[in-house]
Structure formats: C-alpha cells, structure tokens
Design a binder for this molecule. Structure first.
Ligand SMILES: CC(C)(COP(=O)(O)OP(=O)(O)OC[C@H]1O[C@@H](n2cnc3c(N)ncnc32)[C@H](O)[C@@H]1OP(=O)(O)O)[C@@H](O)C(=O)NCCC(=O)NCCS
Length: 172
C-alpha cells in the first residue's frame, strides 16, 4: 500500500496524549527549526489531556494528527485566543517526523487545517512564523498563498548563532 493510502488524518482523543507528548519531545531533537529542542515540549501528559479537551471546546482551535500504522507521524495545529479583537487570527504550527518528510504529509495537514479554518465561522486569518533559512517550510507556506509580512531579527539563538524569523500570513 502506498503511503498516501495508509495515512489517516484525525483529531486526537485523550488516549493519544502520551504519544503526542513523546512525539513532540522526539521531533524537537530531530530538527532545529522548531521553537523547542529535544524533551523541551512544554506539556506533560496530564496537561496534554487538558489541552485536547479545551481545544475541542474552542471553535477556532484544532489539532490534527497524521497517523500511519497506528503511529503519529505528523501534527498540525491552529491555535487561537478568544479575545474579541483577535480571535479571528489562528496561529499555524506543523511538524512531520523526519522519515516521512517530503512525501506530501505536511501539505495535506495544511490543506485540511485551512479548510477547517475557513468553515469554523470565526477564523479569517492564519499566521505563523518560520526561520528565514527554513527553505522547505517557506516554500510550502507560499504554495498555499501565505505571504511574508515581516521579519523578526535575531529571535532564535543556537550555539552562539542568531537566526531570523519570517512572520507569514494568509487571509482566508
Ligand atoms: C516543513 C514540514 C512540515 C513540511 O512537511 P513535509 O511533509 O515534509 O512537506 P510536503 O512533502 O508536504 O511538502 C513539500 C513542499 O515543500 C517544498 N519543498 C520540498 N522540498 C524542497 C526543497 N528541497 N527546497 C525548497 N522547498 C521544498 C515544496 O513546496 C513542496 O511542495 P510540492 O512537493 O508540492 O512542490 C516538514 O518538513 C517538517 O516537519 N520539518 C521540520 C519541522 C519544521 O520545519 N516545521 C515547520 C516550522 S515553521
């Protein structure tokens, strides 16, 4: 069976919390492009369970898992606040584990997250930030119509070297 046919995209249930935390802690060590490093994901399993419940209750936030052979291989999120003036803006986050990158999973996660955002009745803008040297991610976001809206200088520091972030946005 080819990969496309075996990947399932779905929202998490409480039983996924442990694997979600382990996944984020692991991929934090696979790439320097995420905002956290290995074992630095801020939620523990109980907090992740609470996050799954509260996300489900919010009309403008969602988590989407990409699952193959019963294992999480990618996660995409839209995170929004509930302040009246800002709740229309969703922050997109995405990661695909390294063995599965470059095979369309990130694209499918974004496609589904944008479809969901368009139909939730609240979100009208999706934004994100990404390191300016994360060429693959920048191209991926541009493919979906995101535009570079600004650049934050020296906001990431790794081994004494500073990196910049693009702020990218898409009006739905
Ligand atoms: C960025 C990431 C989410 C993309 O997911 P993915 O499943 O690997 O991406 P896809 O295979 O769906 O999409 C690849 C797209 O990236 C771009 N791309 C792929 N290879 C590229 C390359 N060598 N150079 C530039 N762009 C490239 C293209 O736009 C491509 O789309 P196309 O195949 O339709 O032309 C994933 O690689 C990842 O998790 N990276 C590490 C963490 C990370 O950087 N997260 C984003 C933080 S902002």
């Amino acid at each position: 069976m080819n990969l496309k046919d075996k990947v399932v995209y779905r929202k998490p249930v409480l039983e996924d919390a442990e694997e979600i935390v382990a996944f984020y802690n692991r991929v934090g060590g696979e790439t320097t492009y995420l905002s956290f490093t290995e074992d630095e994901y801020p939620l523990d399993v109980e907090a992740q369970k609470a996050n799954i419940i509260s996300t489900e209750q919010q009309p403008n936030s969602v988590m989407l898992l990409a699952v193959a052979d019963d294992q999480i291989i990618g996660i995409g999120t839209i995170t929004s606040g509930n302040k009246i003036k800002a709740r229309h803006c969703g922050e997109l986050g995405i990661v695909v584990t390294e063995n599965y990158q470059g095979q369309g999973i990130g694209s499918e996660l974004i496609r589904q997250l944008l479809e969901w955002s368009k139909s939730n009745g609240v979100t009208t803008k999706v934004q994100l930030d990404t390191r300016t040297d994360n060429q693959m991610a920048v191209e991926l976001y541009k493919k979906f119509g995101f535009q570079i809206e600004g650049e934050l200088k020296n906001t990431t520091l790794i081994d004494g070297e500073y990196y910049h972030l693009y702020v990218m946005g898409l009006m739905l």
